[in-house]
Design a protein around this ligand. Structure first.
Ligand code: HEC
Length: 150
C-alpha cells in the first residue's frame, strides 16, 4: 500500500515537467506575459501623464509610486521575446524583431534605463525635471512600436 502510494507520487513528480508550461517555456504564454507587462507599463505611465497635464491633481508620492513600478515592469517584456518558438510570431510583434534582436533588446534596455532616470527625477520633487525625464521616457514607446509592432 505504502509502496504503491510512493510510486504514484514519484510518477507525478516525473511527469510534472512535461505538463507544466509557463510563459518562459511556452511561446503562446510568452505572448500573454509580455502583453500583460506592456499593459502595466501603459497604466503606470498614463497616471503620471495625467498628473503632469493637470487632468488629475498632482501627487508627488503617487508619481514616485508609479515611477518605482515602471523601473520594475519595464524590465519584464524582453525575456518573453526570447522563449523558444516566439520567433514564429504571435500577438502584434513584427517578425523584424527576430531579425534585429540585438537592436530590439537594446531599445528595451534603454526604456528601463530611462525609467530609472524618471524615478530619480520623481524623487527630487522638481516638476521641470520630472517633465523632462517623462518626455524622454515616453519617446521610447513610439520609436520602438513604429519599427517592431503591427
Ligand atoms: C523595444 C520595443 C518596445 C518599447 C520600447 C515599447 N514597446 Fe510596447 N510593444 C512592443 C511590441 C513588440 C509589442 C507587441 C507585443 C505582442 O503583441 O506580443 C508592444 C505592445 C504594447 C502594448 C499592447 C499590449 C497588448 O495588450 O497587446 C502596449 C499597451 C504597449 N506596448 C505600451 C508601451 C508603452 C506605453 C511603452 C513606453 C513606455 C512601450 N510600449 C515601449 C515593443 C515595445
Amino acid at each position: 500500500m505504502k509502496k504503491a502510494l510512493f510510486a504514484g507520487v514519484a510518477a507525478l513528480v516525473i511527469s510534472a515537467p512535461l505538463t507544466a508550461a509557463t510563459a518562459f517555456t511556452d511561446a503562446a504564454d510568452a505572448v500573454k506575459y509580455r502583453q500583460a507587462a506592456f499593459q502595466l507599463i501603459r497604466h503606470n505611465m498614463a497616471d503620471i501623464n495625467e498628473m503632469i497635464k493637470g487632468e488629475v491633481p498632482f501627487d508627488a508620492k503617487r508619481v514616485q509610486k508609479r515611477a518605482d513600478a515602471l523601473v520594475m515592469v519595464t524590465t519584464l517584456p524582453w525575456e518573453a521575446f526570447q522563449v523558444a518558438g516566439t520567433e514564429q510570431g504571435g500577438g502584434d510583434a513584427k517578425a523584424d524583431i527576430w531579425q534585429n534582436l540585438a537592436d530590439f533588446l537594446e531599445r528595451g534596455e534603454k526604456l528601463a534605463a530611462d525609467a530609472s532616470t524618471l524615478q530619480a527625477a520623481a524623487q527630487t520633487g522638481d516638476q521641470n525635471e520630472l517633465r523632462k525625464a517623462f518626455g524622454n521616457f515616453a519617446r521610447n514607446c513610439k520609436a520602438c512600436h513604429d519599427n517592431y509592432k503591427e
